[in-house]
Design a protein around this ligand. Structure first.
Ligand code: SF4
Length: 481
């Protein structure tokens, strides 16, 4: 499209986060396990190996049989923490490295906001980069930039990182004689116990909350001190180990230690330390309340042009609020009216009789209403949820009650679900998270969009509340229309 519109010859590459690509080191490590040498393991390996021989970049989206939420992919892909870098045996053939080499030759690189800011964070340290250098950055859906940039310009540590570290080291230890493993096993067992103590500390109460100086001090003492001592000892033992394959884990232990200690340090008043509890574990974040200066230094001063575009970036016909939050001083601005004829083409229905979203019977009540709507629209609907919890309850209730194909996020990779939804006009897709934006389904297949509740952050959310306090304390609220 771009070539047709501009008449220029160009080349484009799409890059996704590292976890989307198969890691050859982890693939070989995974299939070295004795338990996978029997039939099912052999079949799986054969299937994957046939794909590996042909795939260009090892992108998991090429595997339609792999469910979105499968734990298998976690074992086959790696995060930046887990990557062995130049010490990896497969460094030359590594899919992720191959992708980066090709991206360096492309004129346009397409990435999501998460990868963009993860890269900015790496470039800030001066130790490497993920996305090759660029001169122009264009942000679509730019109303999300503040939220995502805050995640990456802050720091966070999750109990999963400790579990992954322990799990990876345990796997690696299988290659050394049993008798040599004892000191590491004892250290890891003690570390896991302390991480459990940390989780238990936030086991009840709100899922997300602020952490004040008192809580931080308490955590630094216990289990902070114990975790610090254990990781220091493990790093030393791993460093001194005669088994070369264990040595990269010394670096990981040290990095975890530093990250954990830094997050528990008493906070800067312009930052917020807060926790988030999920089914998968506990994450502690420390986030800047205002990223405007950071964006100026790290982004605007480094590239020639930055374009922000979104259907919801202006407030009351001005960009003042967005400009203030994003630190934009010199701008060229335009607001274009929508090309949709909302008055004649859209029917809006807001039920006034449903229970509040916090009520326990809310999911069952909306399931009933969704069924009634689907009957009228003859399927052809995208149903968007703000939580997997509601999505799954509604799916269970309606799955045998509609005569249309019902797709659910997680049952197949996103692109395949969307293709199937586009192709079967009467099908229905239940989704959450990434489906709220950037979905393009032209034509009749998407005749109706149902949302379970508007996805606005609650003003009680720790980060939102702290930002509001910070803006108020500077008297800046009056500035915004
Ligand atoms: S270099 Fe990193 S990502 Fe690539 S195969 Fe090795 S460990 Fe995996």
């Amino acid at each position: 499209m771009l070539e047709t519109a501009t008449g220029l010859k160009t080349s484009a590459m799409m890059m996704k986060g590292r976890k989307n690509y198969l890691c050859l080191h982890r693939y070989h490590q995974f299939f070295a396990q004795d338990s996978l040498l029997e039939n099912r393991g052999k079949l799986l390996k054969k299937r994957l190996q046939a794909w590996i021989n042909e795939t260009r970049f090892g992108d998991r989206a090429e595997l339609p049989w792999l469910a979105d939420d499968t734990s298998l992919w976690d074992d086959l892909s790696c995060s930046s923490d887990q990557c062995l870098g130049t010490t990896c045996l497969y460094f030359e053939d590594c899919f992720h490295n191959k992708l980066r080499r090709e991206a360096a030759r492309a004129k346009i690189i397409i990435v999501n906001h998460h990868l963009f800011f993860a890269d900015l964070k790496i470039k800030r340290t001066g130790f490497g980069e993920v996305i090759p250098r660029f001169q122009v950055a264009v942000f679509d859906e730019a109303h999300n930039v503040e939220e995502i940039a805050t995640d990456y310009l802050g720091e966070s540590i999750s109990t999963n990182q400790f579990s992954e570290f322990a799990g990876d080291l345990e796997k690696e230890m299988k290659s050394i004689p049993r008798g040599e493993r004892a000191p590491f096993e004892a250290g890891l067992a003690a570390l896991k116990t302390q991480v459990e103590h940390l989780k238990l500390r936030f086991d009840s109460g709100e899922d997300r909350g602020r952490m004040d100086a008192l809580v931080l001090q308490e955590l630094r003492e216990r289990p902070g001190n114990e975790i610090k001592t254990l990781l220091t000892a493990l790093a030393k033992d791993l460093d001194e180990s005669s088994f070369k394959e264990l040595q990269p884990y010394a670096m990981r232990a040290r990095e975890l230690n530093q990250q954990f200690a830094m997050i528990l340090e008493p906070g800067d008043p312009d930052w917020l330390t807060w926790y988030e509890r999920r089914k998968t574990g506990l994450t502690i974040h420390t986030s800047p309340l205002d990223i405007s200066e950071k964006l100026k230094n790290l982004l605007y001063e480094q590239v020639e042009t930055v374009v922000f575009t979104s259907a919801t970036l202006s407030t009351n016909n001005t960009f003042e609020y967005a400009k203030g939050r994003l630190g934009l001083d010199e701008t060229i601005e335009c607001i274009y009216p929508s090309h949709f004829d909302f008055r004649s083409r859209v029917f809006l229905y807001i039920p006034g009789d449903l229970p509040l979203p916090s009520a326990p019977h809310f999911p069952a009540a909306i399931a009933k209403r969704i069924l009634a709507i689907l009957k009228r629209t003859k399927g052809r609907a995208l149903v968007l949820f703000t939580s997997y919890h509601n999505l799954n309850i509604v799916h269970t209730i309606i799955k045998d009650k509609i005569p249309y194909v019902l797709h659910r996020q997680g049952d197949a990779p996103r692109s395949l679900l969307l293709d199937a939804f586009r192709e079967n006009i009467h099908s229905v897709l239940l989704a959450t998270g990434s489906f709220w934006q950037g979905v393009d389904v032209p034509g009749e297949a998407l005749s109706c969009v149902i949302v379970d509740k508007l996805p606005f952050d609650s003003p009680g959310d720790p980060l939102v509340a702290a930002r509001i306090d910070s803006i108020k304390s500077r008297g800046a609220f009056r500035k915004y229309p």
